[in-house]
Design a protein around this ligand. Structure first.
Ligand code: ADP
Length: 430
């Protein structure tokens, strides 16, 4: 599941703020308009009406209100024709009346058989509420928007080194040497405490991993080197024993010991090759996979005879690779030997095309729970043969990785397996 980015969350908060501020302001403006009309105008007109009736009671000839915004009409219900037509028939209270394209507010009150109509110019109210309400509110709104944006901008800026660090880590492929490719020193520039702590931790981790890789390489190199001598001694002693004990039983045992020593020598040589730091592809001559496969098949036909299994090679193209001959031999031998070992009957077929090669068998297949681990060192599947240490495929995987090749496997229990090595589309690691 793709998690949301921190910056996207910030943007969401910013937009939410803007939305809420706008909504609250709109409600505020609407409420202010209602208060202005219903409370203020109503009260003012009621006051005007009371004042007029007070004067009217003292003097029946009292002048009606007549100013720029307020006009008064005194009507007599007995003689409605003296009242302007658009005011006739209005009940007591406040009204909005359409008149000559305007909608003035009309306050109607009645005393002593007379009806007072107070007409208030609505446009004036709108203009006033615009100047004293909406304009300052808009200014406040703009200031709030700017403040919210500044908050968003500052928060984004404060988080930006951490976001950059996360992006850098995300871009890095943590394969062989991936950690060394992760350079985060430039993020120290203007960094805050948290970024500094993260950069420190990553740099420390990189240094320790680099030391670990060197230590591991040196150990493999020295151990393989040191083991060569005792193996040579054992090999010499077996040869001597083969001269001394010529009976068939001893010869068989000694032959098995000699074959095992040879396997161990080959393993040591592989480990030594892999422990070298140089670029394996650059230091190698081009080599033909088709020829090498034919050679390995011939050797395995002799050392691992399987009369029930057809061992075939199918060439759809001539494939040349830049790799040490020994390493290509190890890859092919391990894959084909495994295929033969785990195939009681049917066929084992190596197919070579312009992109790579595959070793396919009709054997016992690999259980789904084993499939994810077969390239792990010392991992042996549930149905593994008696012989073996679970190292073959992990060495093949390591060689492919070092040569920039890609190995994949498809397998179905009881049906067979197919190991595929692609050599072209994968660039070797720098
Ligand atoms: P091992 O020495 O056990 O053969 P490998 O590393 O070569 O070690 O193989 C690891 C495991 O993968 C084996 O134990 C076996 O279970 C499984 N395996 C490898 N190749 C095949 C194959 N062609 N068919 C079925 N299982 C296989």
């Amino acid at each position: 599941m793709q998690r949301p980015r921190v910056t996207a969350k910030l943007l969401k908060i910013f937009l939410l703020q803007i939305g809420l501020i706008s909504a609250v302001t709109a409600v505020g403006i609407y409420a202010a308009a209602l208060v202005a009309e219903d409370l203020l105008v109503n009260q003012a007109l009621q006051g005007e009406a009371d004042y007029f009736w007070q004067r009217y009671r003292a003097d029946a000839q009292a002048t009606l209100p007549n100013s720029l915004n307020l006009l008064g009409y005194l009507g007599d219900p007995a003689q409605p024709e003296h009242t302007p037509a658009w005011l006739r028939g209005l009940s007591i209270g406040m009204h909005r009346v359409s008149h000559e394209g305007q909608r003035p507010i009309v306050h109607v009150s009645q005393q002593q058989e007379r009806v007072l109509y107070l007409v208030f110019d609505e446009e004036q109210v709108s203009r006033l509420s615009l100047f004293f309400g909406i304009v300052p509110l808009t200014a406040v709104l703009l200031v709030l928007y700017v403040l919210a944006f500044l908050g968003y901008f500052q928060a984004k800026r404060a988080l930006s080194p951490i976001v950059k660090l996360a992006e850098r880590v995300q871009e890095t492929q943590f394969g062989d040497g991936g950690l060394q490719a992760l350079d985060v020193t430039d993020l120290r520039h203007n960094a805050d405490m948290e970024t500094d702590a993260l950069v420190d931790a990553i740099e420390g981790l990189m240094e320790r991993s680099a030391q670990f890789i060197v230590r591991e390489r040196n150990f493999t190199r020295y151990a393989s080197h040191e083991l060569r001598t005792p193996l040579a001694v054992i090999k010499g002693s077996i040869a001597n024993l083969q001269q001394l004990h010529r009976d068939e039983k001893s010869q068989r045992q000694l032959q098995r010991m000699a074959a095992t020593v040879q396997d161990m020598e080959a393993l040591l040589e592989t480990l030594l090759l892999l422990a070298r730091e140089e670029n394996l592809q650059q230091s190698a001559e081009p080599i033909c996979v088709n020829d090498m496969a034919a050679l390995v098949l011939d050797q395995l036909r002799v050392s691992l005879p399987q009369p029930q299994v057809a061992l075939e090679q199918k060439n759809s193209a001539l494939l040349q690779v830049q790799a040490p001959q020994k390493l290509l031999g190890i890859v092919l031998t391990n894959l084909i030997r495994n295929a033969l070992m785990y195939t009681p009957q049917g066929h084992v077929r190596i197919q070579i095309d312009a992109q790579g090669f595959s070793v396919e068998d009709t054997g016992i297949g690999i259980a789904p729970q084993d499939l994810a681990h077969i390239f792990d060192p010392f991992y042996r599947g549930q149905a593994s043969s008696e012989k073996g240490y679970g190292l073959g495929l992990s060495i093949v995987h390591k060689i492919c990785q070092q040569l920039g090749w890609h190995i994949s496997v498809h397998s179905e229990p009881e049906k067979g397996s197919c190991f595929r090595v692609d050599v072209t589309s994968f660039m070797p690691p720098a």
